[in-house]
Design a protein around this ligand. Structure first.
Ligand SMILES: [Zn+2]
Length: 88
């Protein structure tokens, strides 16, 4: 398996004219990841089921779980990185 360390080493070994191409590829990967984050459903921190937006409190998005009825704030969801890891 290729690790991030391997990838960084490979990128460093690239000839200069391939650098721009590699950066372009990484940029499009980043954009794709951001799109996934924007559309990923928020999961309940209590039961891991899908939750819905439930207004804002002190400018922090609140969510309500339809399954267990509990509410939680965006800060508790660890969004968006944890969602990406769950999808891998
Ligand atoms: Zn729940």
């Amino acid at each position: 398996m290729t690790t991030l360390k391997d990838l960084i080493r490979l990128v460093k070994e690239l000839p200069e004219d391939s650098f721009e191409q590699a950066f372009g590829l990484m940029n499009s990967m980043k954009e794709a990841a951001e799109q996934v984050c924007a559309t990923a459903p928020v999961l309940c921190v209590h039961c891991n089921k899908k939750a819905v937006k439930n207004g804002k409190k002190d400018n922090i998005q609140q969510y309500l779980c339809k399954s267990c009825g509990k509410s939680f704030s965006q800060r508790a969801t660890n969004q968006p990185i944890s969602q990406l890891h769950q999808r891998a």
